[in-house]
Design a protein. Structure first.
Length: 559
């Protein structure tokens, strides 16, 4: 690949702030030998050496419909008069720019002051660029990104609900949302009669979060680590409805995290809700922000010998009671041919979701009683049945000792529980999450259970992107998503300027016009020289591999 040769050979970075027309702005200050920039979507405004007058009267038209994300102010350190006040000249230039183009004030871009140190004579300094470089692009708020990612976004799960009766939507993850009677009205307050459509979806991993367009930043230098995020809306006859009674969500979390808060997305900003509305169910070691440990049950570990092995389906399994920790049944009464399964609430929700689609689980069962949550499972189908209900391969649930050929399941026992005896984790020694119960949502929209974290070891990058096969410089890029694989989040940036954890397990996903998708994988990121923010990125075109959020998860190596 042909690399662009930069004239920037050394730099020093400073952070400070400045005030223009009563508004505070953050800025970085860098020392460079000579400014050079090869990035896309930039407008150069020259004012010449030692002058404040601007020379680009077309800026307003060029920026129409776009947002300004970053501004570089470029000047030289050389002074023809040693007593010359460079700071005053820079302030005058910025003031002139802001007065001429009020959009800059409204867009609140980040600023970088570049002091060029290479010129030592006036004739040489006059050859250098002096002025502003405006970095702009399409809007990156939630609604704009949501529209852009329509072809990749996570689909909604839909349920028709009669407003006079209410109803429950059971989501494929095992979560559920309950809508009370008369939960919705039209936007003008008129009564909704009869059936309306409820739409619900979750964003459960970094790929799904990335193509949701939802911001995962929360305050200066902070970000979320999501334990579960959902969105829901309701429609009738093509009209969006208003929620007038709180919906209650039992959410299957993506991880067990401490110090979790409950947030609602409001106009591209997160508002934290009362933590006491996030009631966590028993058996999970989550802690709310007020320090309260919610209904935590002490457990003890034991081994119980049972045979549910795919290798010996003909063997008899002793009767026993088994509590479904999150997915398995609460009781098995077993004979040679069939298993009587009395399912937990969580397991029954999963079963209902599976049977509503084209799942083979329907052929594995008989005498299903929905209300009682019981059924008979054919003995030779038991291993696959367990895999489907528990969402885990049988190898994680069942191990066979080589010498004795005896199968063991490592289990957790509820201490002093009357009717719920044994609970199986998803894998040996690993506790599997239970539901976060009773999350009350008083509006339609996006809600998130999150751990708030600071971006550790932040580094700023100003990339130029190249196709790693053709060496061609990429243009018409829309957004760069920074994904640290250790954190369940994705941070969206204008492609020209981004921040990440220097030591993070990072991958970059770059989206361009025409639904193009490019990837900088973990290995490539670790090989980058981050000592200079102006960096060339050779990225892989994965457009043909990414047609959905699930495809993107595969490309990123997510479960």
């Amino acid at each position: 690949m042909t690399q662009t040769k930069f004239l920037i050979v050394a730099f020093t970075l400073f952070y400070s702030s400045f005030n223009v027309i009563g508004q505070e702005f953050q800025k970085q200050e860098r020392n460079v030998q000579r400014y050079a920039n090869t990035q896309q979507n930039t407008i150069w405004i020259s004012n010449g050496f030692g002058k404040s007058a601007l020379k680009n009267s077309r800026l307003t038209n060029e920026l129409k419909g776009y947002q300004v994300y970053h501004v570089d102010l470029v000047y030289t350190a050389f002074k023809s008069d040693p007593s010359y006040n460079q700071d005053s000249l820079n302030d005058a230039r910025v003031l002139q720019l802001m007065e001429d183009y009020p959009q800059l004030k409204n867009d609140s871009p980040n600023w970088t002051y570049y002091k060029q140190t290479g010129a030592t004579e006036q004739f040489e300094a006059r050859k250098y660029f002096h002025g502003f470089v405006i970095h702009y692009g399409k809007k990156l708020d939630y609604q704009a990104q949501k529209e852009y990612f329509k072809k990749l976004e996570v689909p909604f799960q839909e349920l028709g609900i009669i407003n006079e009766e209410g109803g429950i939507l059971q989501y494929s993850s095992g979560s559920q949302i309950e809508m009370p009677k008369y939960a919705v009205t039209y936007m003008n307050g008129d009564t909704v009669r009869g059936k309306y459509q409820l739409y619900y979806r979750e964003f459960r991993n970094q790929a799904e979060i990335a193509v949701s367009g939802i911001t995962m930043r929360h305050g200066e230098g902070k970000m979320f680590n999501s334990a579960g995020m959902y969105e829901f809306v309701a429609m009738k006859d093509g009209k969006q409805l208003k929620l007038v009674k709180a919906a209650e969500v039992d959410l299957m979390p993506t991880a067990d995290l401490d110090q979790v808060g409950f947030f609602e997305l409001d106009d591209n900003h997160w508002q934290e809700l009362d933590s006491k509305t996030g009631r966590f169910s028993s058996g999970i070691t989550m802690t709310l922000k007020d320090g309260t440990e919610i209904n935590q049950i002490k457990m003890q570990t034991e081994e119980r010998r049972v045979t549910v092995s795919d290798y010996r389906p003909e063997e008899f399994i002793d009767q026993g009671e088994y509590q479904g920790y999150s997915h398995i049944s609460r009781q098995f009464a077993i004979d040679k041919n069939q298993v009587f399964a009395a399912l937990s609430e969580q397991a029954m929700r999963k079963f209902n979701v599976l049977t509503s689609g084209e799942s083979r689980i329907s052929a594995m069962v008989d005498e299903v009683k929905i209300k009682e949550k019981t059924m008979l499972v054919f003995r030779d189908s038991l291993p696959v049945y367990l895999e489907l209900i528990m969402s885990e391969p049988i190898e994680k649930l069942d191990t066979t000792m080589d010498k004795t050929k005896i199968t063991y399941l490592n289990s957790l026992e509820y201490k002093k529980s009357k009717d719920l005896t044994v609970t199986f984790p998803g894998s040996f020694g690993t506790q599997k999450s239970q539901l976060i119960n009773g999350l009350r949502s008083f509006n339609f929209g996006v809600f998130n259970c999150d751990q708030t974290r600071r971006i550790v070891d932040p580094v700023a990058l100003n990339p130029t992107y190249y196709n790693d096969e053709t060496g061609k410089k990429l243009g018409e890029l829309y957004v760069t998503c920074v994904i640290d694989m250790e954190i369940n989040a994705s941070l969206s940036f204008h492609p020209n300027h981004l921040y990440c954890n220097e030591r993070g397990n990072n991958q970059l996903v770059i989206f361009g016009e025409g639904n193009r998708v490019f990837l900088l994988d973990k290995t490539s990121f670790k090989n980058l020289d981050l000592s200079n923010p102006e960096v060339d990125l050779a990225v892989k075109d994965v457009t043909d591999q990414v047609k959905s959020a699930k495809d993107l998860a595969t490309v990123l190596g997510i479960g």
